[in-house]
Design a protein around this ligand. Structure first.
Ligand code: UD1
Length: 337
């Protein structure tokens, strides 16, 4: 069986991708330092996947420990999620972001290279498109960043492209995520943000469950149909399956690829609120607040390349994203705690 190293394995996208990989017949070796996730995810992965998870608590910055694990487990390929992802935090601690995200990436690549592993899936983000010039956004759109977090994604891509140029044994999938939301359909794993959620859907979920009073809608005067920001929300299980598709292509010998993972459809903040109210049967009171600095009016993916290259298309709609998020939220009102 093909063995995949999953870094950031107990985080939000990592844990869902773990299940999708097992489902697709891969063996998974997970690592995480629990800097933004909880060990409580592991027994749930065990139950949902029907296997005892192979896991090591490890900081990917520890190249020697990671390399020893890659050797011992005879890893064939890696999916690298381990990174910090909060834009605001990255502006307060840029160096910590450079070290964790870029240092962690370099260390992971070194540990793989030391063991002759050159098949790699990198978590990139639609944030690399900056303020889009045209919609939907194709992979060929100009790239720019507006904060340290975004810079770590853009420079992470550039660093890996240079690595490939120098050593063509590397085959890399650069997956640019739009807005991952929702949860596994069991409602037993999901997103468990620490402190106040930065992102829309976890915030809406906490208002619906009564942990927070009202949503602040950041901006009601954007040039969008209802004045609120438009994003391409993609179900985290669709996203997870996108990783499986990319990995399969690479393992089959495909060349490196840069691919958007989104639905190709934009939804406004108010559409999300209404869909969540329908899914949960709860009210989500909100106020229109000033725009959040750095936000763009609208952002959604051109998904043509993902379909052509990966044969992958997001299948779950906004209603399913909200229903699955709500199942997770209502079964686990305090997250994994
Ligand atoms: C954000 C990050 C992006 C990152 C992505 C995934 C910013 C500026 N961008 O994307 O770099 O890759 O998360 O982690 O932080 N909204 C509200 N009220 C809220 C929260 C959000 O109205 O309390 C609105 C936002 O203005 C936006 C939409 O909801 O229009 C989605 O916001 P969010 O979930 O934070 O995602 P992005 O800003 O697209």
């Amino acid at each position: 069986m093909t063995k995949i190293l999953l870094t950031g394995a107990t985080g939000y996208i990592g844990s869902h991708t773990w299940l999708a990989l097992v489902d697709a017949g891969f063996e998974v070796v997970g690592v995480d330092d629990f800097s933004n996730s909880a060990p409580a995810v592991l027994p749930r992965i065990a139950r949902l996947s029907g296997r005892e998870p192979v896991f090591e608590r490890l900081d990917v910055g520890d190249t020697a420990a990671l390399s020893a694990l890659v050797a011992r487990e005879r890893i064939d390929a890696a999916v690298h999620f381990a990174a910090s992802k909060a834009v605001g935090e990255s502006m307060e601690q840029p160096l910590a972001y450079f070290r964790n995200n870029l240092g962690g990436l370099i260390s992971t690549a070194q540990a793989l290279q030391a063991n002759g592993v050159h098949c790699f899936v990198f978590s990139s983000s639609a944030t690399v498109y900056g303020t889009p010039e045209a919609l939907p956004i194709p992979e060929s759109a100009p790239l720019s960043t507006a904060n340290p977090y975004g810079l770590t994604k853009l420079h992470g891509e550039q660093l890996l492209r240079e690595l490939e140029r120098c050593d063509p044994r590397w085959r890399i999938a650069y997956l640019r995520y739009f807005n991952p939301v929702g949860a596994h359909e069991s409602g037993d794993i999901g997103e468990d943000p620490r402190g106040t959620p930065n992102n829309l859907m976890p915030y809406v979920a906490q208002v619906a469950i009564g942990r927070r009073e009202r949503l602040q809608v950041f901006g009601g005067d954007y040039p969008t149909p209802d004045g609120t920001g438009v994003r391409d929300y993609v179900h985290v299980m669709d996203l997870a399956e996108g990783h499986v598709a990319a990995l399969r292509r690479l393992l089959d010998g495909a060349d490196s690829m840069t691919v958007n993972l989104g639905t190709g459809r934009g939804h406004s903040v108010l559409e999300v609120v209404r869909a969540y109210e329908r899914a949960s049967g709860r009210r989500v009171p909100y106020d229109i607040a000033p725009r959040r600095p750095g936000d763009v009016a609208a952002c959604y993916a051109d998904v043509g390349l993902a379909a052509r290259l990966l044969g992958w298309r997001a299948r779950r709609d906004l209603a399913a994203m909200c229903e699955d998020s709500w199942r997770w939220q209502s079964k686990n009102p305090q997250g994994y705690a």
